[in-house]
Design a protein around this ligand. Sequence first.
Ligand SMILES: Nc1ncnc2c1ncn2[C@@H]1O[C@H](COP(=O)(O)OP(=O)(O)OP(=O)(O)O)[C@@H](O)[C@H]1O
Ligand SMILES: CC(=O)N[C@H]1[C@@H]2OC[C@@H](O2)[C@@H](O)[C@@H]1O[C@H](C)C(=O)O
Length: 398
Amino acid sequence: MKRETLDMHASRYAVGLMSGTSVDGIDAAVVRIADGPGGEIAVSLIAFENRPYPAAVRQEIFELFDPVKATIDKVGSMNVLLGELYAEAALAVIKAAGFEPADIAVVGSHGQTIYHAPAAEKRHGHDIRYTVQIGEGSVIAARTGIPCVSDFRPADMAAGGQGAPLVPFTEYLLYREASRTLLLQNIGGIGNMTVIPAGCAPEDVYAFDTGPGNMIIDGVVERLYPGQLTMDIGGAIAGRGKVDEELLGFLAKEPYYAQPLPKSTGRELFGSAYIERLLGIAAQKGMKPEDVVATVTKLTAWSIGDAYRRYVQGRTPADVLIVGGGGSYNPVLVGFLRSEMESMGVEVLTQEEVGYSSDAKEAVAFAILADYAIKRKPNNLPNVTGAARPVIMGKISY
Ligand SMILES: Nc1ncnc2c1ncn2[C@@H]1O[C@H](COP(=O)(O)OP(=O)(O)OP(=O)(O)O)[C@@H](O)[C@H]1O
Ligand SMILES: CC(=O)N[C@H]1[C@@H]2OC[C@@H](O2)[C@@H](O)[C@@H]1O[C@H](C)C(=O)O
């Protein structure tokens, strides 16, 4: 995060915790938040740590993605276990910052998404949309002694929104520029894009999930290299492979890509069943593992370029795309993305190249969202999520 020197009054410290859809672990950040004279905030990153989930915990979380295996006792106990792990991560990053828990005003914890169903389903005469993030906030508050804001998404959904994406609220606060239109592309488990038009007001920002981030790449790598790899480190496998245009064309027909905005997606669409189908087709074609990985890496970059062409280019042509999330460490993926975007006149930079931390970004966002919640200030962007109105997201455990 950029270190700012504002004349700060009312500055406070907050912890943000993020565990994303790739289920790689817990990101924890300590930030200082200060109010500027004109109502803006300045945020500086004090400390950041990533703790990988223990392998057995990661596997148990994956079992909870299957609604049949996710029995209520398993969900209930994992909710508390994750609360304990998140509290440990919070205490560790507070120590790394050289602080005591009493120095921290609030912890904001995203939790682990195990199910996300943003499309309304009619039940007993009601429109039902729901989302499940676990990692008990009461446990985090009890272990740290700090008020914890958790379970942010349901408030937005109760107001008719998708409950995602939530990070754009903080991106508007931190990144907006007077004369350049920016695209912020996160490549985590899922890919999501935020459009910040030059000189915009909050209601001009729009954002949506572009489709898979690393989810398909990780999924095929885990199945093709069992027990050896959970990701294509540095794009080493994709770099040796050749893209199969026929398979790419077939995968590009997935209807999600053409679904109108607002939209969000998850493991329900691009998870294990999708991977099984994809690998079935690849096996029939007799494809080499590295060609499969190269093809899905290209698909991921294509889906971002396609989303820009479909939803953004004609409305707010962009100057720069800033790529963040774990996918920014895959040079083959970034290379494909660069050719997609630069052919449309959009420069591609990484979060690090513009002075921010790609790793810490989402954890920082949840610290800011919690800071708003605890002050009873709305923290969603209705235009982004599709909610009917601004709401205060997050449940507070004192
Ligand atoms: N060195 C690397 N080389 C290649 N890929 C990497 C590398 N480091 C991380 N990744 C990819 O990034 C993923 C993790 O990204 P990140 O932590 O941004 O996701 P997340 O926050 O869990 O997801 P989301 O933002 O969708 O909630 C890993 O699963 C892996 O696919
Ligand atoms: C339901 C859920 O967990 N969605 C995630 C997921 O991962 C990326 C993308 O899909 C985004 O919509 C969202 O997370 C980020 C943190 C967000 O809400 O902005």
